[in-house]
Design a protein around this ligand. Structure first.
Ligand code: LLP
Length: 422
């Protein structure tokens, strides 16, 4: 996003033009920015660890156009469900380039995962005997909970440590690999995903050390040459103005150094290093555009837009901050205002006391920043307010990549028994 005078531009297109052409609420993604983010991240890690592979956790923003951009850049896909696997396959990724990191899997998940030839990353040792009933995978990874996690999204997305539901307890890891070996599996990986939106560069080498101490012992004890070690995602972005971002270069250099030194300490042949971030690629490349529909002067002044918590749930769900720009009014005098969507729940009143242009009026266009990650993917249809359209901007081109939902979509798949129609 950039300013052209007081006009907000996404790529080379005025936000106002996108809003009038495609309507609001509207998700807009800047393709060049996604590619730049991806290249910066891969470049930083490859510089210090040439045998490095990047995956994209598709849950973050699952539009096939976006998954295709990342595939073109060379990313594999990290999938949490069979439908995400189907999505990854639909963009042309083969099984070796798809990690299946689902948790608490059903038998059907396991069966379909095996059939699609993806790399299983088992979240619990109890899944292994169930998996073996269906077949023996070529390669297997376990998701390990190294006992520590952190997140900049409060405690909400701390994905490891004693309070997390994810991963295998360190005390059970050796036995898990032993059983997999006994079943005839020969190729192994190891994985962790400890938290999301981390902007502290020292965090990544720290948790890498924890993981390596666990699998170093496994390698020694069982003679396993790990093929890969996947550090999960978590590369953070700043959301608030002035908030420091992640020093990616430092994170990559220190993580690669920790990885190499732990491999040496445990006499391990250095496995391929992998990561599967998502927010870092698409977070700051996505925006939500919304229209001010009415302004209420009650106990406070509240600006009502069509960006409700159904469109962008992060503020209501996690108390997350998202910066708001007002087209044409960025340099106007500011006063404390509230802002909300149109849903009948007060968590939809997602901005309280924010300095916004004092002359905000019906018809104004607002642009919410950093909405590309966990934005559309977590949106829903509550109150009959349907999901937004998605548009991809590439320089001066704008292409619709998901149609706006219609009433027919809202009632699709519902069934009214005949006796209720009388
Ligand atoms: N790998 C696995 C197994 C994951 O579960 C996730 C995200 C990622 C990778 C990508 O993590 P990232 O690089 O984006 O931090 N809805 C929350 C974030 C939840 C993260 C879930 N797992 C939010 O809006 O902040």
């Amino acid at each position: 996003m950039k300013m052209n005078g007081s006009q907000i531009m996404i790529g080379d297109i005025p936000a106002a033009e996108l809003a009038s052409r495609f309507g609001t609420p509207l998700y807009v993604y800047d393709e060049q920015k996604i590619r730049e983010n991806y290249r910066r991240a891969v470049g930083a890690f490859k510089k210090h660890c040439p045998d490095f592979r990047m995956f994209y956790a598709v849950k973050c923003s699952n539009n096939p156009a976006i998954v295709n951009i990342l595939r073109q850049e060379g990313a594999g896909a990290d999938c949490a469900s069979v439908n995400e696997i189907l999505l990854a396959k639909s963009v042309g990724l083969d099984g070796e380039n798809v990690m299946f990191s689902g948790n608490f899997l059903s038998d059907e998940d396991i069966r379909q995962g095996l059939e699609s030839g993806v790399v299983f990353n088992l979240d619990d040792e109890s899944i292994l005997p169930r998996l073996l009933k269906f077949g023996t995978p070529e390669v297997l990874s376990f998701r390990i909970n190294p006992g520590y996690g952190r997140s900049n999204v409060g405690d909400f997305v701390t994905n490891a440590g004693p309070n997390a539901k994810f991963g295998i307890h360190p005390d059970h890891v050796l036995e898990a690999y032993r059983q997999a070996q006994a079943a005839g599996i020969k190729r192994f990986g190891a994985h962790m995903m400890t938290g999301s939106c981390i902007t502290d560069a020292d965090y990544f080498p720290f948790v890498t050390g924890l993981l390596m101490d666990i699998i170093g012992k496994v390698s020694k004890e069982l003679g396993i040459d790990f093929e890969f070690v996947d550090l999960g995602g978590g590369l953070g972005i700043p959301y608030e103005p002035g908030e420091p971002g992640l020093d990616l270069e430092a994170a990559a250099a220190k993580t690669a150094a920790m990885f190499a030194s732990k491999c040496a300490e445990y006499g391990m042949k250095q496995p391929r290093l992998e990561m599967e971030p998502a927010r870092y690629f698409v977070g700051n490349a996505g925006y939500v555009l919304g229209r001010v529909h009415s302004i209420k002067h009650s106990y406070k002044t509240i600006v009502g837009t069509d960006i409700g918590m159904n469109v962008l749930v992060r503020p209501a769900f996690y108390g997350s901050y998202h910066h708001i720009f007002v087209d044409g009014k960025e340099n106007h005098d500011r006063v404390l205002l509230g802002m909300c969507g149109q849903l009948c729940e007060n968590t939809d009143y997602w901005v309280k006391d924010r300095l916004l242009p004092a002359d905000m009026a019906e018809g104004d266009l607002v642009v919410v920043e950093n909405a590309g990650a966990y934005g559309f993917g977590m949106s829903y249809q509550y109150n009959g307010r349907l999901r937004a359209a998605e548009v991809l901007v590439n320089g001066s081109e704008a292409i619709l990549i998901r149609e706006r939902e219609r009433f027919e979509d809202m009632i699709a798949h519902t069934i009214v028994p005949d006796y209720l129609k009388k």
